[in-house]
Design a protein around this ligand. Structure first.
Ligand code: NDP
Length: 281
């Protein structure tokens, strides 16, 4: 079997166009314009690229973009004060702090300080708790974007075996909750998991977000499985690869996401969806 490509770029463009049309309609009716505040602390080059892409997406959607760049020496107290300002700013409906933040910053405290109604990254314990109790409000963008992609395949998720490789708060855990809420039977794997190859080989849906280039081998993939690769790894030659060995996995999977052009664009499209939802709630 040769897999069909699950093209996140095209799906994301479709979503972003729907959002642009909706914002335009709301503006013409005299309603508020969604505002997204993206805070970048420091000069991490990858974060600068992610923030720039979010800014462009925001502008193209017709949102007000409030980008805030703070020096890498910004203190915890200064960052908390900035979040407090944005929490009370009526023109701002979504607030995200680009991660990772410099080491002296306590990430958990920063995330928890964001008003949960403006937490468009969906990382606040309140929003994670909503997802964990099957009452999602603002769901974490990458896993929710993956669900949108899975729905595009037309495959019924209910009853399938899903294996999520990676158990971080921003990818693996919310991904597993999303799949559980759709009644997949979910296994979460992490660095202490024994015999990962066997676990993956039993999966009808495999979602991998680990951060190790081509760690999941094509030979592990069950014939006909859906393979979603969240990983983004830059090789020494400058090219980008995922966490799955794409060329061999595509020979066995029914659907597979490419890297780049798979999950990445969906994360930004879902961020815009969350901001729209926060603005017009
Ligand atoms: P983290 O480093 O926070 O988490 C990595 C996870 O992988 C951990 O749960 C870790 O386990 C697990 N892990 C590490 N080694 C192994 C192993 N040998 N076997 C099984 N599991 C292992 O990374 P993130 O979740 O933030 O990101 C993961 C990847 O996804 C990265 O490549 C990142 O760039 C990408 N990413 C892509 C996004 C997109 O939009 N496409 C968005 C966010 C991330 P343990 O918990 O035990 O340490």
């Amino acid at each position: 079997m040769v897999a069909k490509i699950l093209n996140g770029k095209d799906i994301a463009l479709e979503i972003r166009e729907q959002i642009r049309v909706e914002v335009d309609k709301q503006k013409k009716m005299g309603n508020i314009v969604p505002g997204l505040a993206v805070i970048l602390v420091g000069e991490d080059p990858a974060s600068q690229v992610y923030v720039r892409n979010k800014k462009i997406a925001c502008q193209k959607a017709g949102f007000n973009d409030v980008s805030i760049v703070l020096s890498k020496t910004t203190t915890q107290a200064e960052l908390l004060a900035k979040i407090d300002d944005l929490n009370t700013d009526a023109s701002v409906h979504g607030i995200i702090v680009q991660l990772p933040v410099p080491e002296h910053i306590n990430t958990a405290e920063i995330i928890e300080r964001i008003d949960s109604e403006k937490d468009v990254d969906g990382f606040h314990p309140y929003n994670m708790g909503r997802l964990a109790t099957s009452l999602p409000k603002l769901a974490p963008c990458t896993p929710h974007g993956v669900m949108t992609m899975l729905d595009k395949t037309g495959v019924t998720i209910r009853g399938l075996n899903a294996v999520v490789v990676g158990a971080s708060n921003i990818v693996g855990v919310p991904m597993a909750l999303e799949l559980l809420n759709r009644r997949a039977t979910v296994t979460i794997c992490h660095s202490a998991t024994k015999d990962l190859a066997k676990k993956v080989s039993e999966a009808d849906i495999v979602v991998v977000g680990v951060g190790i280039a081509e760690m999941v081998k094509g030979a592990w993939i069950k014939e006909g499985a859906i393979v979603i690769d969240v990983g983004i790894n830059r090789l020494e030659n400058g090219s980008l690869v995922g966490d799955v060995e794409f060329d061999t996995a595509k020979e066995r999977a029914s659907w597979i996401t490419p890297v780049p052009g798979g999950v990445g664009p969906m994360t930004i499209a879902t961020l815009l969806q969350n901001t729209l939802q926060a603005a017009y709630k």
